[in-house]
Unconditional design. Structure first.
Length: 307
């Protein structure tokens, strides 16, 4: 199918991709403003930046933090990836991002000093996640219906995985609400970054690039893009594993050495993934879709590949 310059589908794809980068930038600007404000307000010896980005849920950054993650999650779900693993990983990354936004990191009572941001957290989580599960169940049912025959075959693995995740989250929330409040944020955050690492690695391993796409890549060859994507995936994986291990060791043996370890880990992971997203957006700016999607589109009877 020939793609014209003003094609609405391609423009929508561009806007979704650019929106993710813009929202990440909004979050970091808001964090920077709050850190600067706290540094000027607090007395000497007090911690003027929180131990994690997620802890800024309990600050004036709350609205931007929640809105940014919900926006990123929505865009990740809406973005069309390559059929199979990448598409499923993007969908799950989007769902986990929303959970990270709606279930705040637990804080000790003496750490939570900003009253408006700490009130009724259990009730808010129950309402928000309950709403997400109810609406998500309806959306999943609508998405499953056209593919209901896949449930009995290998093609339906992603549907089964999604339904199991949906059901498991609901059971966890209802059967063990205290445990959900204590661990759901961390579980969703780790799974989110794992999905993003896998997405970057898939792009670094992708060889389904047509000749016409190779000619339209901006700035670098297809091989150069793949090298960058593999490098980004490796860096993210190393930072995630090493950062979490360091955080656990410091928290146990040297809790006062550098309490902001998790903040640095989260910031680096988000910035490195933003770099991946910018590169991929540049790569597909003219094409509009991942290479494999274009290959599949060109096989539709009656369509003429773009030249």
């Amino acid at each position: 199918m020939a793609i014209k310059q003003g094609d609405p589908g391609r423009l929508t794809y561009r806007y979704l991709r650019v929106a993710i980068v813009a929202v990440v930038l909004v979050l970091f600007v808001s964090l920077t403003m709050q850190i600067v404000a706290d540094h000027g307000r607090l007395h000497s010896g007090e911690e003027w930046w929180h131990a994690s980005i997620s802890a800024y849920f309990y600050s004036p950054v709350q609205s931007v933090f929640v809105g940014a993650l919900v926006g990123i999650g929505t865009c990740l779900i809406a973005i069309k990836g390559r059929h199979g693993a990448e598409e499923v990983l993007l969908n799950f990354a989007g769902m986990f991002a929303v959970v990270v936004a709606l279930v705040p990191t637990p804080l000790d009572a003496d750490m939570c000093t900003a009253e408006p941001y700490c009130l009724d957290v259990p009730e808010r989580v129950g309402n928000n996640i309950g709403t997400l599960l109810l609406v998500g169940g309806v959306v999943l049912a609508l998405a499953t219906w056209p593919r209901r025959r896949d449930l009995g075959s290998r093609e339906g693995w992603d549907l089964w995985l999604t339904w199991l995740t949906w059901a498991g989250t609901g059971v966890w929330l209802l059967a063990w609400p205290d445990g959900f409040l204590a661990a759901a944020h961390y579980a969703a955050a780790v799974l989110l970054f794992c999905c993003l690492v896998a997405v970057a690695w898939i792009n670094g391993s992708d060889v389904a690039v047509r000749a016409q796409v190779l000619e339209r890549l901006r700035g670098m060859s297809a091989r150069a893009y793949r090298v960058w994507y593999r490098g980004i995936a490796v860096v993210m994986a190393v930072v995630l594993v090493a950062g979490l291990a360091t955080m656990v060791v410091l928290d146990r043996y040297l809790p006062d050495l550098f309490p902001q370890t998790l903040f640095v880990v989260e910031a680096v992971l988000m910035l490195v993934f933003a770099l991946f997203w910018v590169l991929q957006t540049i790569q597909f700016w003219d094409v509009g879709l991942p290479a494999r999607a274009l290959v599949e589109t060109s096989k539709v009877p009656g369509d003429t590949p773009e030249t």
